[in-house]
Structures are given as C-alpha cells and as structure tokens.
Write a protein that binds this ligand. Structure first.
Ligand code: PGA
Length: 248
C-alpha cells in the first residue's frame, strides 16, 4: 500500500542547534506509523547535524534545493552527490519561491530532478498556479505546461513525488479547499497516467502544500487523491506539526 507523506519545509528558518532540539523532540512525540512517512526539510546548514540524529530512525531527511551538476566550479551550490553522502532521502525541486525569487525555470527544474534520481535521491517536484491564473481559468493549462516541461525525458517516474502548491495559498493563510485540491490532483494523476501508465500513476504520491494547518489537515487527508502534504509555516512549530502528522 502507498504510504502518505507528511513533509515539513522549514525554508530559511532554524539554526543547526534549534534544528537538533526540534527533531529530538519530534522523535519523542511521534511514532513510526504504518501508513505514513514523515519528512523534515531543514536548511542546508542543518542537514548534516540532523542526519546524525535521524540515523536509524523512522524520520526521513530532505533538502530544499540542489544543483544539477555533481561537482565543479559552481560557487555556492550543493550537489546531489553531497546530499546523498550525508543520507538525504528527498529533495524539493522547483518550489515556487525558487522559481519566483531566484528565477528557476522548468528547464532548470527538469535538469535537477533527473540528476537527483541519478544519485539515488527522491525528488519532490513542486508545481502550482498564481492567483491571477486561477482567476482567469488557467489553472489546468498551467499545471499541464509545468508537468510537460519539468518531466521532459524523465523516465524514473516511480521515484517522483509531485507537490501541488498553488502560489496564492502559500504562506497566506488562505488554503485551497479540499475539493479544489482534489480536482487538480486528479488532473495531475490522469496526466501522469496517460504519459507513464495508470499503474504507475496510481502508485506515485501527489501531495498538497499551501497553508496546511492543524485546522485543515483532517479534511484534506480525507480526499482520495491527496497523498500527503508539504507544510511550511506550521512545520516550524512542534505542537502544530505533531498534530498535522497525527491527522485523523
Ligand atoms: P506554507 O508553505 O505552509 O507556509 O503555506 C508551504 C510551502 O511553501 O511549501
């Protein structure tokens, strides 16, 4: 059975010291569920210290970004080879903040997810529309274009998690309704099914991100095509994140 994925994206928050305190606390408060995986994506500086705490535990470790080359003259970048070496399991690729603030394109994201799987790490591909695109009825067109471009010549679909993150719902407190999310997830699953086959499409995880909170998690997780969540703000608070993980 496919497990759901509850992922915390800390963005540029928490020092290494704060990160260690948090994950130790989280390990105490949560348990190894049979039906869900739990993932923490801290800043780069916290990855190694956290990896030493998480070794042989049920918590997964993820990075928030990566470069698409393994080594070389790329000042300031981090490669998948380096992430693999410290036990990173997942990498978020193409988060809307990377697209909008740092100019990442679908083409760059396509290179990243390919390099990530080549190095034995699981990419989480983020896609999602802007508010004006939703309001002008372009949501499905945008999602389709992002899927087409980001998955060009990408074969290892079973390693991929797709995160639907409508930009208007990120960090705004304005979450998409479970029905709005479900209809986009169904669209994504059908698109993947056409390109890669229905069995694969049913087996990969399509997760939602955008103002997920203890208040809306239970309703979101009741939808058939929502296989988990990518949590920003609420993952920084141990009480809130533990409650989200413990969704009913
Ligand atoms: P948020 O962020 O939960 O703070 O809206 C989600 C994300 O950016 O992944």
């Amino acid at each position: 059975m496919k497990k759901t994925l509850i992922a915390g994206n800390w963005k540029m928050n928490k020092t290494p010291t704060e990160s260690i305190t948090f994950v130790k606390d989280l390990l105490e408060r949560t348990k190894n569920y049979n039906d869900r995986d739990i993932l923490i994506c801290p800043p780069f500086t916290s990855l190694y210290p956290i990896s030493t705490v998480l070794k042989n535990t049920f918590l997964f470790l993820g990075a928030q970004n990566v470069f698409y080359e393994e080594k070389g003259a790329f000042t300031g970048e981090i490669s998948p080879l380096m992430l693999k070496d410290i036990g990173v399991d997942f990498v978020i690729c193409g988060h809307s903040e990377r697209r909008n603030i740092f100019g990442e394109t679908d083409e760059i994201i396509n290179k990243k997810i390919k390099k990530v799987v080549q190095n034995g790490i699981n990419p989480i591909l983020c896609i999602g529309e802007k508010l004006e695109e939703r309001e002008t009825g372009k949501t499905f067109e945008i999602i389709k274009k992002q899927l087409e471009n980001c998955l060009i010549d990408f074969e290892d679909i079973e390693k991929l998690t797709i995160a639907y993150e409508p930009i208007w719902a990120i960090g705004t407190g304005k979450n998409a309704t479970p029905q709005q999310v479900e209809e986009v997830h169904t669209f994504i699953r059908n698109w993947v099914g056409k390109k890669y086959g229905q069995n694969i499409s049913d087996s990969i995880r399509v997760i939602y991100g955008g103002s997920v909170s203890p208040e809306n998690i239970d309703d979101l997780m009741k939808e058939k095509d929502i296989d988990g969540v990518l949590v920003g703000g609420a993952s920084l608070d141990i009480d809130k994140f533990s409650r989200i993980i413990d969704y009913k």
